[in-house]
Write a protein that binds this ligand. Structure first.
Ligand SMILES: [Zn+2]
Length: 392
């Protein structure tokens, strides 16, 4: 059975322990005692060094803790080894974890929203609370109140009490026997096996980032301590980058983005209107210049498009709207083809194009007035063009 040093001393970062078992050629090490925290209760494991090796995972196997190392440690069963945990990582976990206790206590007592689940991630953390919604105003208020509680610098202490007689727990424990209880003076008593700071002032800043609806609950994303400061720095940098694009002050960015979005929508509307007008002018020119055959039908081949034939759709439509004309547009680069047929032309564009394409292994179709399709290659495209009685 491994003695868990972190149960009674969360600040122990350096310790010695005796090797009681070695597995996987010395890559899995079990000691009589350890300060390494194994992944449990949502809190991630500690990393660090054990003897000659780096600890890359720590696993809780009921009554023993397994240190997973990157290489076999040079020690035998019975040897005493030194362990050092990565204190920066651990202290970060202590800040996030204690911050969560404080936040959950406030959300339950101040708002009637008990915590349903908790997740601690590498970058950010979340609590899911039994609330149908949390408004942006409430987020601001909760953030102010939880930071005020942290600044009160309340004592956080650990006690071991019998499950049958322990009182005032936020959530009844389903365990029997001895419970490890973490108390934040005057605010919270919770059964918990994790590591915590000694006073709430050590949590530092608590930043609520955003809320999200989950199955019947609300998820709040939060970060504490140095992580909150690092996140605020990153946010400021991102906003600064956006502000430089606008050559503006960061405070003016939201207003500028809004104004620019409206302007882009306006310009897009103008662009569509102008393209429509341009197509009308081009259609008139092509109509006037086209030769009229014996049946009074104009046959117009549009210049090859650089891009997709659908870019020429408004022009084709504008010509066939004028009357008896058959219009063909092709795009040699994409193999695309479009056929338009106006009233009195005697051509059904959909039928004509479909049958010409089928003969050459292409596909497409459309209405009697407008049809489009594609061909496998330039040879087939030329054949389809010829079949429709056009030449480019
Ligand atoms: Zn805890």
């Amino acid at each position: 059975m491994t003695e868990r040093l972190y149960y009674t001393d969360a600040r122990c970062a350096h310790f010695t322990g005796t090797v009681v078992a070695l597995e996987d050629d010395g890559r899995r090490v079990i000691l009589d005692r350890t300060a390494f925290y194994p992944t449990s209760g949502g809190q991630p494991f500690d990393t660090g060094r054990l003897g000659s090796a780096a600890v890359i995972d720590v696993i809780d196997e009921d009554d023993r803790i397994v240190h997973v190392c990157d290489a076999p440690i040079s020690a035998r069963v019975g040897d005493v080894v030194e362990g050092t945990i990565d204190w920066t990582r651990r202290y970060d976990h202590m800040q996030q974890h204690t911050g969560q206790h404080l936040l959950s206590a406030l959300l339950a007592d101040g708002y009637g929203w008990p915590t349903v689940s908790v997740h601690f991630g590498a970058l950010t953390n979340t609590v899911d609370v039994a609330a149908t919604q949390v408004t942006p105003e409430q987020v601001v208020e909760i953030e102010q109140r939880v930071n005020a509680l942290a600044a009160d610098n309340l004592a956080v202490h650990v006690s071991f009490e019998d499950a049958a007689t322990a009182t005032g727990l936020r959530k009844a424990s389903d365990r029997d026997g001895e419970l490890r209880i973490v108390t934040i003076d005057g605010v919270d008593r919770s059964a918990c096996g994790g590591t915590h700071v000694a006073r709430t002032g050590e949590i530092g800043a608590v930043m609520l980032r955003r809320t999200e609806k989950t199955k019947g609950h609300t998820r709040l994303e939060f970060v504490c301590g140095r992580r909150a400061v690092a996140r605020a720095r990153l946010d400021a940098q991102l906003l600064g980058t956006a502000a430089r694009v606008f050559t503006a002050a960061p405070d003016d960015v939201p207003q500028l983005v809004d104004a620019q979005q409206k302007r882009v929508a306006e310009l897009e509307r103008d662009r569509k209107r102008l393209l429509g007008e341009l197509a009308q002018h081009q259609a008139q020119q092509l109509w006037d210049a086209a030769l009229v055959d014996a049946h009074g039908v104009r046959r117009i081949a549009l210049p090859a498009a650089d891009g997709a034939v659908r870019d020429l759709e408004s022009l084709v439509q504008a010509i066939v709207t004028k009357g008896a004309a058959v219009v063909l547009a092709v795009s040699p680069s994409t193999g695309g083809i479009m056929l338009g047929a106006g009233d009195g032309s005697g051509v059904d564009a959909g039928q004509a194009l479909r049958s010409a394409l089928q003969a050459e292994g292409g596909k497409g179709g459309g209405s009697p007035r407008l049809a489009q399709g594609s061909t496998p290659g330039s040879v087939q495209l030329s054949a389809v063009v010829r079949a429709l009685g056009f030449s480019f």
